[in-house]
Design a binder for this molecule. Structure first.
Ligand code: SAH
Length: 371
């Protein structure tokens, strides 16, 4: 076995350690593989922007964070201007979204003064970057949402849930098997009997799916959602979840890897590629239903347009150079364009179960028209 690894000088120390773990313990579930690879990836890589592997909405344009700030302000007004609000961002990346939100809140000083900023982030490299960008707002960091103090919270998660581990099950020769990752000099997919009680977690209509079908489930996502829902019930507030994914439950393999803005093999260059999966909004909604009011999902385009992103872009055009105006316009097109992020990305909000009002961006009325 040791000779085997000696022939592979191109394996990083992380991949080498993961390979050793597989030799010792046997093939990993996709969830364990994804969790380990993501932790390594976010800890060590230049993740975002042109030089990185992917570009997120707040990195594309300040318009995105400004619209989220409008949404939050509307919520703050609707909930009676509470004096203390925890703004909790899950997976803040470079801190751009929180920075744009806080900057925009200067227009509503009473709200801004009510806010304390909490960041849920496991990567120490990204914490350091967030600390530089957000120093003026005295953020407090937490490893997990569970560690954030109880209290009225407005929770925002952009491209956070897509990074949480999923299990994958594949129908083979008439039986559902769990996909696992083995190692024989290279990482490869193999299968084992499922450890999870599939009949309990899979919609009944999927049980008889044809050979080759893939079913995905993310217990890590459901754990975070549970925490969100009980916080909303006990302390009030809201959660805004933005991610790429599907509004209806479905079968299919959505695991993907990005490196330098190109799709790449999920099992290659392990720990150096961004590995994500589509967020299954239908299952998220179902998990929250009855325990929280669920709004949406709507497409990112619908959400941002209802909040007035076009009007804000118009205001930005005034008084800037032609080149700057083009940048605003390009950013806008990427955020709301149907062939770009506008349709693939979905937005869902959760509020306490007894909520009557529909939050801005979900009901058809514009953000300011709801007294
Ligand atoms: N929201 C940011 C970054 C998205 S990338 C943006 O829109 O630009 C995913 C972020 O989630 C990174 O900050 C990553 O370090 C963090 N993250 C991934 N898995 C996590 C986990 N299990 N717990 C906490 N943070 C996590």
């Amino acid at each position: 076995m040791a000779e085997n690894t000696a022939k592979l000088p191109d394996l990083s120390p992380f991949a080498q350690a993961l390979a050793d773990r597989i030799r010792r313990d046997g093939p990993l579930t996709v969830a364990d593989f994804m969790g380990a690879a993501a932790a390594e990836y976010y800890a060590s890589q230049t993740v975002f922007g042109k030089a990185g592997d992917f570009t997120t909405a707040p990195e594309i344009s300040q318009l995105f964070g400004e619209m989220i700030a409008v949404w939050l302000t509307d919520l703050w007004l609707q909930t009676g201007k509470p004096e203390h609000v925890q703004l909790v961002e899950l997976g803040p990346g470079r801190g751009t979204l929180s920075a744009d939100i806080m900057r925009t809140l200067k227009n509503w000083p009473d709200f801004k003064n009510a806010v304390s900023l909490h960041l849920v982030e496991t990567s120490h490299a990204l914490r350091a970057e967030q600390g530089r960008v957000l120093a003026a707002y005295n953020p407090v960091w937490h490893d997990r949402l569970e560690d954030v103090p109880q209290g009225l919270s407005f929770i925002v998660a952009n491209e956070f849930f897509d990074a949480l581990p999923i299990h994958q099950f594949e129908k083979l020769d008439g039986a559902w098997r769990e996909r696992r990752v083995g190692f024989d000099g290279n990482f490869f997919f193999t299968h084992a009997d499922p450890d999870l009680p599939l009949r309990d977690i899979m919609p009944a209509s999927f049980l008889d799916a044809p050979d080759g079908s893939v079913f995905e489930v993310s217990p890590a996502t459901l754990t975070v959602l549970d925490d969100i829902v009980s916080r909303l019930r006990d302390n009030g507030g809201a959660a805004l979840i933005i991610d790429y994914g599907h509004a209806r439950a479905g079968l299919g393999d959505t695991l993907q890897a990005l490196e330098k803005h190109q799709y790449a093999d999920v099992l290659g260059n392990v720990g150096a590629r961004d590995i994500t999966a589509h967020v299954d909004f239908a299952t998220c909604a179902q998990a929250a239903e009855g325990r929280a009011a669920v709004h949406g999902p709507v497409t990112q385009a619908e959400f941002l347009l209802r909040l007035g992103i076009l009007q804000r872009a118009q205001a930005l055009y005034a008084g800037v150079t032609a080149a700057e105006a083009k940048e605003v316009q390009d950013g806008l097109a990427r955020l709301v364009g149907a062939g770009q992020m506008g349709a693939l990305f979905k937005v869902m909000a959760l509020t306490p179960p007894d909520t009557q009002a529909v939050p801005a961006g979900f009901g058809g009325e514009d953000a300011t028209g709801n007294g």
